[in-house]
Design a binder for this molecule. Structure first.
Ligand code: AQP
Length: 337
């Protein structure tokens, strides 16, 4: 089905806190790769998603600009890719309303992210948090995006996007929305907390020691890696030996992703080493790879007007693509206008 559509990539990140190494390795680094390939690329600061849990307005503004700076500092070229914030392209929410009528309650009830984020507080969660995946489907399909690079945690939401596209096409007897492919690749599709190998590294984790922030300086990075939880065993020489060693596996995955090697390649070099030797190697690698990005982010953050101009231009370009697709959707649905 995707053949009739222009190969087009869409993905987004929430400005719900500072960028983490998980966002960088699981998402942004992949976004840069796809920009270099034969795709039109559209990357979004999904501020409407962020407010499904409370955000202080001043923090949201700062985090949106910081996220934009993070994209550019990591290698996204705002002339080549479309870089914008979701709230400035109203077609996303307009299509999301239509998708709210397509998606079924039972589908959304199965979403594990809602269950994780709502926890025991389900009754007190926002309606937006529950409806989040329908908006995400609209984010993707308002551009007829054919590919969505994401971390492993977003796989279920992309599958729901496919279900929504298929049901819309079926119900209205059209072949209008593509069945989008998730792109979940690389050694770090799920970077785990440095304090707990069973939890995802997350920008909203209460413990700052659980994550590496993209704005952390060299000392902070080295300290967090030194204190990262591990086990007392030496590193194995093959990936099989990392089974049931979540914390060890996480650090090796991070090393592999940062050095653009496979886990097996890394282990063939470091197998047999103790963590007392491996952790400083990982810290040096992380500082070497991340310092240029954090330095460039700081430089860009000193020019918020420039960032705002980039976002404004990006949303104009995004609307040029989104408006005709929304118009056609309204026609298919039978809206007069
Ligand atoms: N730990 C991770 N490992 C690999 N990929 C990750 N991503 C997030 N955390 C990891 C990927 O980053 C993209 C943007 O994620 P998001 O900001 O939209 O939402 P999230 O997945 O909920 O990320 P956080 O950091 O956990 O945010 P909060 O704390 O606000 O919920 C996605 O592609 C995601 O897979």
């Amino acid at each position: 089905m995707a053949d009739q559509f222009t190969p087009r990539v869409f993905s987004g990140i929430q400005p719900s806190g500072g960028l983490t190494l998980g966002n960088y390795l699981g998402a942004i680094k992949r976004f840069v790769d796809m920009q270099a390939a034969e795709f039109e690329t559209i990357y979004c600061m999904v501020d409407l998603h962020a407010i499904t849990v409370w955000q202080e307005p001043a923090d949201l503004r700062k985090n949106t600009r910081e996220l934009c700076a993070g994209f550019i500092a990591s290698g996204i070229d705002p002339k080549q890719s479309i870089l914008f914030n979701q709230s400035q392209v109203p077609e996303h929410t307009q299509l999301a309303w239509i998708f709210n009528t397509v998606a079924r309650m039972g589908w959304l009830n199965r979403m594990t992210q809602f269950k994780d984020k709502a926890g025991k507080n389900r009754e007190n969660s926002s309606v937006g948090l529950f409806a989040y995946p329908a908006l995400m489907a609209a984010d993707i399909l308002i551009y007829h995006a054919t590919h969505v690079p994401v971390g492993d945690d977003q796989k279920q939401h992309v599958e729901l996007t496919r279900d929504i596209a298929a049901k819309f096409n079926h119900d209205y007897g059209v072949d209008f929305f593509p069945i989008t492919e998730p792109v979940i690749e690389g050694a770090a599709t799920r970077v785990m907390s440095l304090r707990d190998g069973s939890k995802k590294m997350s920008k909203s984790d209460a413990s700052d020691m659980s994550r590496i922030n993209m704005t952390d300086d060299a000392d902070a990075i080295a300290q967090k890696i030194r204190k990262a939880r591990t086990d007392p065993e030496a590193l194995p020489s093959e990936a099989e030996g990392l089974k049931d060693r979540a914390e060890a596996r996480n650090l090796v995955n991070i090393y592999a992703a940062l050095s653009d090697q496979s886990v097996d390649q890394v282990l063939s070099d470091v197998g047999g080493k103790q963590f007392s030797e491996f952790k400083p190697m990982l810290a040096d690698l992380a500082v070497t790879k991340l310092s240029p990005i954090s330095g460039e982010m700081a430089r860009l953050m000193d020019q918020p007007d420039e960032i705002d101009k980039i976002l404004a231009r990006g949303s104009e370009r995004a609307r040029e693509l989104a408006a005709p697709i929304l118009k056609k959707t309204y026609e298919i649905v039978g809206m007069v206008g």
